[in-house]
Design a protein around this ligand. Structure first.
Ligand SMILES: [Zn+2]
Length: 382
């Protein structure tokens, strides 16, 4: 059944896609931004497909047409109204048929490519950008705790404030009410924080955002235990007029901003390790070698990283910088050499080992280092 992809599922799908070995039939990797609707996305795909048709012929063209047909059918039949981004990986081959659609509540950039293996860079970036987190929305009448998982929301807990709904003057004198109200209010907040703590622990969440009525959120902030303050990303004022969608949008921008800050600090760590001859390498070749040895703690890559193609021997896994004659590997003499997209190969290697990847939107320092580097867990002499 079509559904919105969660962060956990995305991790699994990346492992699957990164593990696919190339076969004679190339993969069609299709990414579509659906914020302007289905019709506009289909038009964008059509334009890009027309261009690809001009460089394909024979069986490759037939396979491509079949894949594009499948993607179109899927979009027309199974697209959910809340989907903002679609990724579709297709290989239409009689024996090695493979179709994987993924719908997301967050947008993806438009992209349609043909390559021997699935192009997963955009998925890797998504996984890096959108960590799961909890949002606590608090008004004077109720408190709601929502989990945001790759932009998709699910309410985890909901609680009405009984003290506030109590009527004054029937059974209670005003003083009694205030006393009652005060006590109930405190235990109400205490209960809510208890629930919040349990949800954070249970869901293994590292981030929390509090939104709502400024008076109430200030009260909550005051009684928040240290363990929760360390996870609190921000507190945002909202009013009853704000829709839940608007509130979630606002929290998503906070998350993206936080992720950019994290990127900058990871780049700083990389530079520090390079300066002190610590556990780090830079450059695609060294990064690929270390990834293959399983030594990498984090792969750090510029979003705009776009190096010249290199050649890779699939028998001995060595990269070759200039086109080898007759596609023969100078290292092991086998004929299993093919041109590769370095950016894809780097994230594919990382994806196979579930190694964290930090995609850096912009960094002059990282540009100067060539656009790619790795923090290492340990180092062996190669
Ligand atoms: Zn070789």
């Amino acid at each position: 059944m079509p559904h919105l992809t969660t962060h956990e599922e995305l991790r699994d799908r990346i492992l699957t896609l990164a593990g696919i070995v190339e076969s004679p039939t190339p993969f069609v990797s299709c990414y579509l931004n659906l914020q302007s609707g289905k019709a506009s996305a289909l038009k964008t795909m059509q334009r890009r497909a027309n261009l690809l048709r001009r460089v394909l012929n024979g069986k490759d063209l037939d396979d491509f047409e079949e894949s594009v047909g499948c993607i179109k059918t899927y979009i027309n039949k199974y697209l959910l109204p809340e989907t903002k981004g679609l990724a579709f990986f297709a290989r239409s081959n009689f024996e090695k048929e493979f179709y994987m659609p993924l719908q997301f509540a967050v947008p993806l950039p438009d992209n349609l490519r043909i390559y021997p293996t699935p192009n997963i860079f955009n998925l890797i970036k998504l996984k890096d950008t959108y960590e799961r987190y909890l949002v606590m929305v608090a008004t004077k009448e109720w408190v709601r705790i929502i989990e945001v998982n790759l932009g998709a929301t699910s309410v985890q807990a909901w609680s009405e404030n009984p003290a506030l709904r109590e009527r004054v003057g029937q059974e209670w004198s005003e003083t009694q009410y205030q006393l009652y109200h005060h006590n109930r209010e405190e235990s109400f907040l205490g209960d809510i924080i208890q629930i919040l703590q349990e949800l954070l622990d249970y869901g293994d969440h590292n981030h929390l955002i509090i939104a709502g009525d400024p008076e109430i959120t200030a009260c909550i902030r005051k009684v928040l235990p240290e363990s929760l303050i360390s996870k609190l990303m921000d507190t945002i004022p909202t009013s009853l007029r704000d829709s839940e969608t608007d509130i979630i949008e606002a929290t998503l921008s906070i998350l993206v901003e936080q992720e950019e800050q994290e990127s900058r600090s990871v780049v700083e760590r990389l530079i520090h390790h390079i300066q002190t001859q610590g556990l780090a390498v830079i450059g695609a070749k060294d990064c690929l070698d270390r990834l293959q040895c399983g030594e990498v703690d984090t792969l750090i890559i510029l979003q705009s990283y776009n190096p010249d193609p290199v050649w890779l021997c699939s028998s001995c896994n060595k990269t070759i910088e200039t086109a080898p004659e007759f596609n023969i590997c100078p290292n092991c003499n086998s004929t299993t050499v093919s041109a590769i997209d370095l950016r894809e190969e780097l994230v594919r290697q990382a994806g196979q080992k579930d190694c964290p990847v930090e995609v850096v939107e912009h960094s002059e320092a990282l540009i100067e280092l060539g656009g790619v580097g790795c923090l290492l867990r340990f180092r062996t002499d190669l």
